[in-house]
Design a protein around this ligand. Structure first.
Ligand SMILES: Nc1ncnc2c1ncn2[C@@H]1O[C@H](COP(=O)(O)OP(=O)(O)OP(=O)(O)O)[C@@H](O)[C@H]1O
Length: 621
């Protein structure tokens, strides 16, 4: 793929420009080539089965297309022989057995092979889809945060659901119907040439309007289907966004406006689908009319020749049969051609998603931590560091910062100042735009993912719980932990008591009634998770302003125990947390403007001193 990447239009790399409809010919051919590469990659493991299926399709259709030939043979050769045999008082069995046997053999071959290749197609298509599904999931999960923030989960869902469904429809029946229809037409065409090449010329002429109609449909429907993939994705994005943000939706009474937005998006999708059906509505009658006119022309031309004795009756019957049948699969082919167009559009999007590469890449030749046991002591150092999201505008202009092992650092500052950005760099959710960031002297981007994840843990604001029991959620910190270790971790952060009071204690399912935890309880579970993981560096984005006082106190105690003697960075929203910090960093407009112990900063009388004074006042009030 890399060779192609050199000369591709940069506007279309990965998912970029996937909603664009006005592709240039070069872009279109790039996107098509990418889809083909994906299809070939998917087909590789089932290559032999695919070849076998193709062979069966060919043989089965050749057998089916031979029916008119056998009928012509039966009428023009079999019938006279049958009559003369009967007249001569000889047995008619050889003639009847010959013609009848050939017909039965052709019918059985066509029918049995149809059964086998239908079965094989299902297996092949399901195997390819399974691979693709798993591939899309694995790939998307590994893409960096930067990608997910830009692309949104709604789009990922639409790729994984509606796009893969389009592909499933095509692979399940579309491809075999398409190929078998085309094969049948080809063989029937050949049989017409064998029967009478003059009539084949009529067929050739008839294919001119057919080819024009199909080409017209192809061009139009490609654009419409590409548009429908975009509108379907937009509809799903809106749906997912509404449902994931249902609390905000209800709190702000956004239901009505959401309804109308959704209706608009769904109507656009409907319009696109109607347009594609309309196109088909023009193609289909064109094919039917051309087919019928061709048969009439063949009948006229052939009939006249039968009358003057230059064409056998059997051949005419066979020609009419074949002429009628040659156009039959055309409709089927055209119909599956729409499935094909829809699936092609889907494949374009899915292949774009798969072309995305993580911006935060795992080191190819990881450097081990100085400590042989892979245990970090937790010293962090930024040197000449700069950062802007997506390499864009600098959010954190050039800075140096050293955090010695074991220090508890509170990061404060107004909203949007760059606090989260700073700490996310340490968890390597993003890479620096320039400069270096090291853990125990090893650049973060040279560490193995295992070393990084073991030593640096970030507890996010949302305290996300996965479906499963409370114990399983804590064990995420260290999947091989024993029950006793899980409980010890919960005890250490002060979560044990409330967990025991749940209906099934540690086994309570967090998604079930009774297992739904409060914000503070979720926070404690995520503390226990981090405690169990026992990282050298702990990052906390604490957003506990919504907690009531008792649970806040509980969380505060859990927090103190969690911090222990590890290096910790806490985005402190509450000044009570700052009091337990060794050092405070005040961030303003992406720069550390104050740096010192809480007492020093209060004494210095700067921003932090102001904040602190305001907080003290609020407590008194
Ligand atoms: N994923 C992102 N992509 C682009 N810009 C971002 C992204 N996340 C944050 N920013 C921008 O970076 C700046 C710093 O944001 P950051 O989240 O670090 O602030 P913060 O100090 O943590 O704020 P808060 O206290 O509100 O969480 C803001 O201007 C924000 O708009």
């Amino acid at each position: 793929m890399s060779r192609r990447q050199d000369r591709q239009p940069p506007t279309l790399l990965g998912t970029r420009g996937e909603e664009r409809l006005d592709l240039t010919p070069a872009e279109r051919s790039y996107v098509r080539a990418r889809s083909w590469t994906l299809l070939k990659d998917l087909a590789r493991p089932v290559k032999w089965k695919l070849l076998l299926t193709a062979a069966l399709v060919v043989i089965s259709n050749a057998a089916r297309a031979s029916f008119p030939l056998i009928i012509a043979w039966g009428i023009d050769w079999g019938l006279p022989r049958l009559v003369s045999a009967l007249d001569a008082g000889e047995s008619a069995v050889p003639v009847v057995a010959g013609v009848g046997g050939a017909y039965v053999a052709a019918a059985l071959t066509a029918g049995l092979l149809l059964g086998v290749y239908t079965w094989l197609t299902a297996r092949v298509s399901q195997a390819m889809l399974l691979d693709l599904r798993v591939w899309v999931f694995r790939h998307t999960q590994r893409l960096s945060l930067e990608f997910h923030e830009r692309y949104t989960s709604g789009r990922v869902i639409s790729r994984q659901t509606s796009d893969l469904d389009s592909l499933r429809e095509l692979l399940d029946q579309g491809v075999s119907s398409l190929v078998s229809g085309l094969m049948f037409m080809l063989f029937t065409g050949i049989s017409i040439v064998i029967l009478d090449w003059r009539s084949a010329l009529i067929l050739l002429v008839a294919f001119v309007p057919v080819a024009i109609a199909v080409r017209w449909y192809q061009v139009r429907s490609e654009a419409v289907y590409r548009e429908s993939r975009v509108s379907s994705a937009r509809m799903i994005v809106h749906f997912v966004e509404t449902m994931t943000g249902i609390r905000a939706v209800q709190a702000f009474r956004k239901e009505r406006s959401n309804d109308s937005t959704y209706r608009q998006l769904a109507s656009k999708y409907r319009d696109d689908m109607v347009r594609s059906l309309n196109l088909f509505g023009i193609l289909q009658p064109t094919l039917v009319i051309t087919g019928n006119l061709t048969v009439v022309a063949m009948l006229l031309f052939g009939g006249l020749r039968v009358l003057d004795g230059t064409l056998a009756v059997g051949v005419l019957v066979a020609l009419l049969l074949a002429g009628k049948r040659v156009f039959q699969p055309m409709e089927q082919v055209a119909m599956f051609y729409s499935a094909f167009q829809s699936a092609t559009a889907a494949l374009e999007k899915v292949s774009g998603l798969l072309e995305e590469a993580p911006t935060v890449r795992e080191a190819e030749h990881p450097v081990p931590l100085p400590d042989t046991a892979g245990q970090s002591n937790g010293r962090i150092e930024f040197t000449d560091a700069e950062f802007g999201y997506g390499g864009g505008e600098l959010i954190l202009p050039r800075f140096d910062l050293t955090i010695p092992a074991g220090q508890t650092v509170a990061v404060v500052g107004q909203t949007g100042a760059g606090k989260s950005t700073l700490v996310k760099l340490i968890a390597r959710f993003y890479d620096l735009s320039s400069g270096s960031l090291t853990l125990d002297g090893v650049p973060l981007d040279r560490l193995s993912a295992a070393d990084l994840r073991r030593n640096v843990v970030m507890v996010t604001q949302e305290a996300f719980l996965f479906s499963g029991s409370v114990a399983e959620n804590i064990a995420l910190g260290r999947p091989d932990a024993s029950d006793a270790e899980i409980q010890a971790a919960a005890q250490a952060v002060g979560a044990h008591e409330f967990i025991l009071s749940l209906p099934e204690g540690y086994d309570t399912d967090v998604t079930k009634r009774g297992g739904r935890l409060s914000a503070g309880q979720r926070q404690l579970v995520s503390f226990a998770r981090a405690f169990l993981a026992d990282p050298a560096v702990l990052i906390l984005d604490e957003a506990t302003s919504s907690l009531d006082l008792p649970s806040e106190r509980q969380v505060q105690q859990g927090l103190t125990r969690l911090l222990g003697d590890r290096t910790a960075l806490i985005i402190a929203h509450r000044l009570s947390t700052v009091e337990i910090a060794d050092r405070v960093l005040v961030v303003h407009d992406g720069r550390v403007v104050e740096d010192g112990s809480p007492a020093e900063l209060i004494a210095a009388g700067g921003r932090f001193a102001e904040l602190h004074a305001a907080w003290k006042d609020s407590l008194v009030g």
